[in-house]
Every structure is written in C-alpha cells, then in structure tokens.
Design a protein around this ligand. Sequence first.
Ligand SMILES: NC(=O)C1=CN([C@@H]2O[C@H](COP(=O)(O)OP(=O)(O)OC[C@H]3O[C@@H](n4cnc5c(N)ncnc54)[C@H](O)[C@@H]3O)[C@@H](O)[C@H]2O)C=CC1
Ligand SMILES: Nc1nc(O)c(N)c(N[C@@H]2O[C@H](COP(=O)(O)O)[C@@H](O)[C@H]2O)n1
Length: 220
Amino acid sequence: MYVVVNAAMSADGKLSTREREQVEISGPADFDRVDALRAESDAVMVGVGTVLADDPSLTVDGDARRERRRDAGKPENPARIVADSRVRTPTDARVLDDRAETYLLTSEAAPQDFVAEISEAGAEVVSAGEQQVDLPEALAQLEDRGIERLMVEGGGELIFSLFAADMVDELSTFVGPAVIGGWKAPTLADGDGFVDDFPELSLRDVERVDDGVLIRWDVP
Ligand SMILES: NC(=O)C1=CN([C@@H]2O[C@H](COP(=O)(O)OP(=O)(O)OC[C@H]3O[C@@H](n4cnc5c(N)ncnc54)[C@H](O)[C@@H]3O)[C@@H](O)[C@H]2O)C=CC1
Ligand SMILES: Nc1nc(O)c(N)c(N[C@@H]2O[C@H](COP(=O)(O)O)[C@@H](O)[C@H]2O)n1
C-alpha cells in the first residue's frame, strides 16, 4: 500500500485551534488540489478526533472527477477509513452516509454493542490491536480488500502513529498565511513524539499555492 499524508497547517505548524475548531488554512487552489488527491486515491483516512471535531464527508467535490472515477470502473468516491479504537464515531456522522463505503478500524477494546450499532449505521468494522488500532495490521487487511493508494488527512495523533509505524511514503503540507498558536492546538504530528530516530524526509518540491506554500516530501 502507498500512503500519502496531506494536511494544511498554519505558518506556526498548527492544524486547528486549541478548541479543535476547523480553520480554513487552505485557499481555493489548495482545496482543489486536495480534491484531486482524494479522487486519485482508493481510500481517504482520518482519526476519530477529526470526525468528532469536523464531521467531514471525505468525498470528492468535483463532478468531472467523480465521473472519471466511474468511467474507470471505480466507485464515484474513494472509500473512507476512520481509526477509532473504541468506536466513538457518532452514528449520524457524515462519514457514514451512503455516498461512499466506510471502514471503521477498531481494537479489541471496542464495546461490542457500539460495534453492532456502527455496523448497523453502515460501516464495515475491521478489528486490529488490543487497546489501540494496530495500523500495520489494519491496513494490511484493507490492502487485501483492494486499497492500494491511501490518502491520510489527519489529524496529528493519527499522522504521528503512521510515522511511528514507518508507514508513510509521501507527505504534502500546505503552509498557510495564518498564525494560530496555542500549545494545546493540534500540530502535524502529535502523539508521544520522537526523542531520537526521527523519520527522515527527502524534499521533492516546493511550490507557491494561493497565499501559502505547498511542500512535498518523500519518505524513503
Ligand atoms: N488542517 C488540516 O489539514 C487538518 C486538521 N485536522 C484537525 O486535527 C484535529 C484532530 O486531530 P487529533 O485530535 O490529533 O485526532 P485524530 O484525527 O488524529 O484522531 C486521533 C484518534 O484516533 C484514534 N486512533 C485509533 N488508533 C489510533 C492509532 N493507532 N494512532 C493514533 N490514533 C488512533 C484514537 O481515538 C485517537 O484519539 C481537529 O482539530 C481537526 O480539525 C484534521 C485533519 C486535517
Ligand atoms: N487540506 C485541508 N486544508 C484545510 O484548510 C483544512 N481545514 C483541512 N481540513 C480537513 O478537511 C476535512 C474536511 O473534509 P470535507 O470537506 O468535509 O470532506 C477536515 O475534516 C480535515 O480533515 N484540510
């Protein structure tokens, strides 16, 4: 599986505010690029923190892009994946609507009645790991279901875990023209953080987009 992480951060490296309120960091050209990235992917993934904060749909906006996917024999939207160890996704979350297939990655710690409710609400549940989703195992199960190109949008906890598991192939960050601040505000990679053995990145390219900068890295 090829894993692309894409996120937008403020000039000071924050993904959202200390209240975890979504901020439009990207401008129109960057949002359009993100839509194209979604359309090129087999699945789009977030952590449940992002579902609870933003209630995203994770679908493709552009009609022409959805049509191209249909013409290629694919579903018009990529699958949606939520890492949600204990099933905190609300049953009325937009990721559970019928616009795309949705996988909920859970662990053995997930209460079985929540698992039943979320399955009833339309998600396919994939269990891997004891207390927290074991990402390599869960993503291997999804690869078996045909997901080869995965786009990850965030948030910071999930992105850190994917780097910690050495599962990221490419990182795109749009750095936008705002300062959000706040030590509690989510950053690109949160979790426990690294103290040594930092993942090394190789700069692919840098481009001015809207009023910010798009930086693309390969993760060798
Ligand atoms: N600016 C941007 O591009 C984006 C911003 N965001 C922002 O990020 C914030 C949410 O980020 P976070 O709070 O960090 O939550 P998150 O979206 O990274 O979800 C973390 C949660 O996922 C679950 N999880 C299950 N297995 C896991 C594993 N192996 N590793 C890590 N997490 C696992 C846990 O319940 C954990 O608390 C929101 O404020 C949202 O607005 C989110 C996506 C993109
Ligand atoms: N690329 C990007 N730029 C921003 O400025 C953002 N705030 C985000 N947020 C992410 O986009 C998701 C919203 O998805 P839908 O449009 O509802 O499908 C949100 O949940 C964050 O993952 N991304």
